[in-house]
Each structure stands twice: as C-alpha cells, then as structure tokens.
Design a protein around this ligand. Structure first.
Ligand code: T3D
Length: 263
C-alpha cells in the first residue's frame, strides 16, 4: 500500500500532522487536501489533543499547489481555480486560524505559494535556519491566495508584503524572524525537538485560556479599542470561572508548579 500523503501521530496530547509528499516538496494535490481534511477531523474529535503541530516530510515544508494537476493541452479549457480554493484552501486556512487548540507550524524547509500562507494561518511559526518563504504566485501569473493578502500586510506591513509578493523573492528564515513574519528561527537539527517541547508545554497548559486568546486576537483585527476592551472583559469573566484560573493563582501563591486540566 502507498504511504499516506498526510501522517498523523498523537502522543503526549499533541497531534503531529506531517504533509507527506516529499518527492514534490509536499505540494497540495486534491488527494492530499482530502486526506488533510480527514486528519484534522480526527484531531478535532480527539478531546485529548491540546496542541497541533504542522510540518512537512523531507527537505520542504510545502510548495503550494501541485502544478502537475494544472497541466492541460492546447485545446483544454482554462481551469476555474476558484473551485479548488472554495473547496479546500479557504476552509483549511479558516480551520487552522480558528483551530480550538494552539497550532504550531514547524517550517522544516521551503514554504512556497499557498504552502507559505497555510503556515501563516498557524498560531506560532518556527522555521529551520535553512528554510525559506516564497510568495511564488506572481511567477506563474497568479496573485496570492490562502490568505496571503490578509496575513502579510498585517504581519510585516504593506511595503514588505507587497515587495515579497510582487518580487516573489525567497525570504530567509532569519529575515522572516527579523521582520515579524514568524516567531523563531531554530537550527535545522533542533527544529523538531524545540517545536515538540513547545507543543507539549501547550498541551499541559490552560487550554480554555489559549482558546480565548486566539478568539480575542481574531476579532481584534476589526474592532475598536472600546469593543476590544469589552471582549477582553467578557473573556476574563469566563476564564475566571475555570479550574485552570483557580489552579494558576493557587499554585502561584503556594509557590508550586500549576497542574492545568485544560478547562
Ligand atoms: O491551482 C489552484 O488550485 C490555485 C491555487 C494555487 C496555490 C498555489 O500555491 S500557486 C503556487 C504554486 N507553487 C509554486 O509555484 C512553487 C513551485 N515550486 C518552486 O518554485 C520550487 O520547486 C521551489 C522554489 C519551491 C523549490 O525549489 P528547489 O530548487 O529547492 O526544488 P525543485 O527542484 O524545484 O523541486 C523539487 C521537486 O519538487 C521537483 O520534482 P522533480 O523534478 O525532482 O521530479 C519539482 O518539480 C517538485 N515540485 C516543487 N514544487 C512543486 C513541484 N511539483 C509540483 N507542484 C509544485 N508546486
């Protein structure tokens, strides 16, 4: 039987999701999209999972859409690319962005096109020092999708965002960290250990609090300060009722490590 195009390993309350088409730098085929959907369904249904890591097998993270699926002869009609975006990329980006537990992208190698932008929909990005980010779209006559035109200007400002997109120049991991596109650069050989340690920490953390942090950040993009202060107040009201808040404060006062339950 051929290997699955997306692998799932769950241990220590962490779901490790690996895009697994290394021979094509883990570019997205329809089949890989469908497998990823069912893997994420499985992860979301498993209430023991309290952190998710997304990475790629081999030397790449993900090279975006598999362009072999776009081959056509001179007499074939042009494709309607919106179909694939509606069916797969847009739901995937929304799903990762709103995922109920913290998500970490472990960028092990090149992240290009939609591969780069799917990574940006995760909460924390760690990149191997040798990794690079390429907004490859303009090289093939497209504009960014998978949220690139939304994430990039918000993360790095209009000048850098447009420069990256129009030039399609590779951005090194170190530069990506410097301009605020990612959380941290890590030496290649230390990437997965660093990421998994962070994920395990999240998996032992106050999961309800993390969820609320993500929700508050998501709505802050459109809110006034007044609205956001109200959202923060409502969040604190809810979180103040949780076991983990009680445990957090009690353990601090008792000078011991907290034992969070995620609720
Ligand atoms: O169509 C829709 O549904 C709309 C949605 C579009 C979303 C998008 O993502 S559009 C952008 C698509 N992606 C690209 O344009 C990137 C294409 N790839 C590259 O430019 C380069 O491969 C990289 C810069 C990412 C890496 O370069 P390099 O030199 O490190 O590796 P390579 O030799 O180019 O690639 C290694 C293999 O992966 C190679 O196969 P081979 O020759 O060894 O058999 C190459 O063809 C394959 N590969 C890499 N990217 C793709 C791919 N095969 C199919 N599709 C790819 N996107």
């Amino acid at each position: 039987m051929s290997e699955l195009t997306v692998k799932l390993d769950i241990s220590d309350n962490v779901a490790l999701v690996t895009l697994n088409r290394p021979e094509a730098l883990n570019s997205f085929t329809t089949e890989m999209h469908a497998t990823l959907v069912s893997v994420l369904d499985q992860v979301e249904a498993d209430k023991s999972v309290r952190a998710l890591v997304l990475t790629g097998a081999g030397r790449g993270f993900c090279a975006g859409q598999d362009l072999n699926e776009r081959k056509r002869g001179p007499n074939d009609p042009p494709p309607d690319l919106s179909i694939n975006l509606n069916k797969y990329y847009n739901p995937l980006v929304k799903r990762l962005y709103n995922f109920p537990v913290p998500t970490i992208a472990a960028i092990n190698g090149v992240a290009a096109g939609a591969g780069a932008n799917v990574a940006l929909s995760c909460d924390m990005l760690f990149a191997a020092r040798s990794a690079k980010f390429i907004q490859a779209f303009s090289k093939i006559g497209l504009s960014p999708d998978a949220g690139g035109t939304w994430f990039l200007p918000r993360l790095v400002g209009r000048a850098k965002a447009l420069g990256l997109v129009l030039s399609a120049e590779p951005l090194s991991a170190e530069e990506a960290e410097r301009i605020g596109l990612i959380w941290k650069v890590v030496d290649d050989e230390a990437l997965m250990e660093t990421v998994m340690n962070t994920a395990r920490q999240f998996a032992q953390g106050p999961t309800a609090g993390y969820r609320r942090i993500k929700e508050n950040f998501a709505v802050s993009t459109f809110n006034s300060l007044e609205d956001q202060l109200d959202i923060e107040r409502d969040g604190q009201r809810e979180l103040g009722l949780t076991h983990d808040y009680m445990e957090g404060t009690t353990s601090f006062l008792e000078k011991r490590k907290p034992v969070f339950k995620g609720e």
